[in-house]
Design a protein around this ligand. Sequence first.
Ligand code: NAD
Length: 458
Amino acid sequence: TPPSGAPRPRLAFLGTGYLGTTYAICFAEMGYEVLGFDVDIDKIARLTDGEVPFHEPGLEELLKRNLAAGRLKFCTNLAQTAEFGDVHFICVGTPQRVDGMGADLSYIEAVVSGLARHLTRKALIVGKSTVPVGTAEWVEQLVGKHAPAELGVEVAWSPEFLQEGFAVEDVLRPNRIVAGVNSEWASSMLYAAHKGVLDLAATEDRDLPVVVTDFATAELVKVAANAFLATKVSFINAMAEVCEVAGGDVTQLARAIGYDPRIGNRFLQAGVGFGGGCLPKDIRAFQARAQELGAGEALRFLHEVDLINQRRRTRVLQLAADLLACRCGPAGPDLSGTRIAVLGATFKPNSDDVRDAPSLAVAALLAKAGAYVHVYDPQGMHNARRAQPDLTYAPTMTDAVRDADLVCVLTEWADFRNADPHALGTLVTHRRIIDGRNCLDPALWIQAGWEYRGMGRP
Ligand code: NAD
């Protein structure tokens, strides 16, 4: 129960990446006083100037409005952040470790110990980053080690489910809040910090379930959700593999099984597989943690989920070799002398995030097989150039496809879905297309004289 009439807590967000920035801005929009903190000086300078350092629809307008209203500030000073916040949300990255499948918790360790050392009054530290189960307890120990005991600083865990491309809506109107807490005080502070979203849901007469639970369950909810989503994608991609040899059409299969409400049709699109900064590293870290806990066998299927996902990338390479009638040597297909346009570099549309993007991975595979690859993406060019500097990038879709022997659509941006097959046909050398996301209408392309290949379709 919220303390009635209690003032709204001041909220600090530590780590202003995709997650922390969106949260800081949206919570300021709900009327909270907010401070965003990051160690990246350039990022903080851009945010302070009203520029969102990544692509997220609708976010920059909210940033400018809340900076102007004086509710939202950004800084690189940890002492100032510690002084400001009643509730500190930890939003730093938890990437895959370079030496294994587990999560790298060094950013969590750095930010929590630093913050704890600077705290001068009681505060709540809320973990939002995706972490292996057991991390919240370890964070409590870190706080105990670095913050003066008499302050009584507490920890809570509230994992995040936002999707890039829909992040503003997902933060303002989440479909649930998960609160891992172990005291009444932590619970009431977390409630006060979420009163804005709860009030908005009430005003709009929307259900917003709140699952109040222990640390371990809160941490597990997030990785379980991502494991389920990854499994759903790999399930339909496994069906695509079977359709490819049996001559079925996985898009019709998915539609037909999706009518069963127990299955549902969302996240059931066969294609080049999942990627991004979350699903791939989260299912690996989950397996690594389960193994440490002696439950490795329970999650062995996630290894298969990962393998199915990786195989979709090589499937595009095989399709390209088939369409281009290239020789296949012991080291794989030889695509030398061919020119291929890759449309899409981000892991999904409406984002500029290229982390573990299947599209870029496939572009690299095609280039390694000897093809002259030209990549174009509406928003991801800057990040793609940094991630894969050896590839060639085209400034427009037209430039990418000009003189191509093959076009591969690997991210389902609206620009590509709505492309005119006749107009593109006048630019290419050969009308051949691989629809790596099954996002095009094959009939339209075939009528326009293209050789069309989808994923798991005849
Ligand atoms: P990101 O890489 O975009 O952002 C991480 C930020 O943390 C960077 O700006 C980095 O400079 C900053 N940082 C690193 N060390 C720091 C320190 N010591 N002090 C302050 N800042 C520091 O990552 P992200 O996509 O925002 O993800 C953050 C976490 O949220 C991850 O655990 C991720 O799994 C989880 N998550 C992400 C999403 C998503 O859609 N991006 C959704 C749900 C959960």
